[in-house]
Ligand binder design. Structure first.
Ligand SMILES: [Zn+2]
Length: 258
């Protein structure tokens, strides 16, 4: 490892500190955000993580209000695998997915959203949605849990998955979405691929590395479905081809907790 990497890198979720440089250069999102980023790849598990972003910007919240892709997931896929009962959306933002599932399905009888962004939570006026700005004291377990663009932000997986376990019913469905580092758009132009967002994302997953991480922290969970989907529909590649080749910007995983 070079001194440069030693200076900034923390351990990987797998415990290894051995890395190689994956990407070093600019990342920009429109006119609003331009930073120099250093991404490193773990030599043990292959997971890529942000090691350095400069300059540090403090307006990530503003950036996020523009990146409205955070809550996009297939209603059809969620409903196909969901259990009848309660629904928890961790990182619910303005509650868009909770509202969509409420309006499009009769499967769910209890709705709860968690987000650390209290401004986003304050915009939720629907009385059927229960809200929390912290990951504790929920006082109940859930039959279905959404983690849409959440896991790439989490620093301490030990603590996070302990919480997830404490709120998951037996046989609960967990729906996960994370950006796909091997997507067509990422491969074409990583430096302007919006879902890279090294300012806010600590981890950058591929289909292979997200499965390794999940198997480590949720060893008894069964993977029911994995696919990729577009965040920004932008081309004429049919969904079937995209999904087969895992070209989409987002990796979707459906798990069943044992
Ligand atoms: Zn690793």
């Amino acid at each position: 490892m070079s001194d440069n990497i030693n200076k900034y890198a923390c351990s990987c979720w797998c415990g290894s500190e051995d890395t190689s440089i994956f990407y070093e250069g600019p990342w920009f999102y429109g006119e609003r955000c331009k930073v120099d980023a250093l991404l490193v790849k773990c030599l043990r598990c292959g997971t890529v993580r942000t090691a350095k972003v400069a300059p540090k910007i403090t307006t990530v919240g503003e950036l996020y209000s523009e990146l409205s892709y955070r809550h996009i997931a297939s209603i059809k896929t969620i409903c196909r695998y969901a259990r009848p009962g309660s629904l928890l959306d961790i990182g619910c933002n303005t509650g868009l997915m909770l509202k969509k599932l409420h309006d499009n399905s009769k499967l769910f009888n209890y709705f709860h959203g968690i987000d650390t962004d209290t401004n986003a939570l304050a915009t939720i006026n629907d009385t059927y949605i229960n809200k929390s700005d912290r990951m504790d004291k929920l006082g109940r377990k859930f039959d279905n849990i959404l983690l849409l663009h959440v896991l790439e932000h989490v620093y301490d997986y030990g603590e996070f998955f302990k919480f997830l376990d404490s709120v998951s019913e037996k046989d609960a469905m967990i729906y996960i979405a994370v950006p796909n580092l091997t997507s067509l758009n990422a491969r074409r132009n990583l430096s302007s691929w919006g879902a890279l967002n090294p300012v806010d994302h600590r981890w950058h997953y591929t289909s292979s590395t997200i499965v390794k991480m999940i198997k480590t922290y949720l060893p008894s969970a069964k993977l029911l479905k994995m696919k990729t989907s577009w965040i920004w529909p932008h081309n004429k590649i049919p969904d079937s081809i995209q999904s087969l080749l895992h070209l989409g910007d987002q990796i979707d995983l459906v798990l069943r907790i044992a």
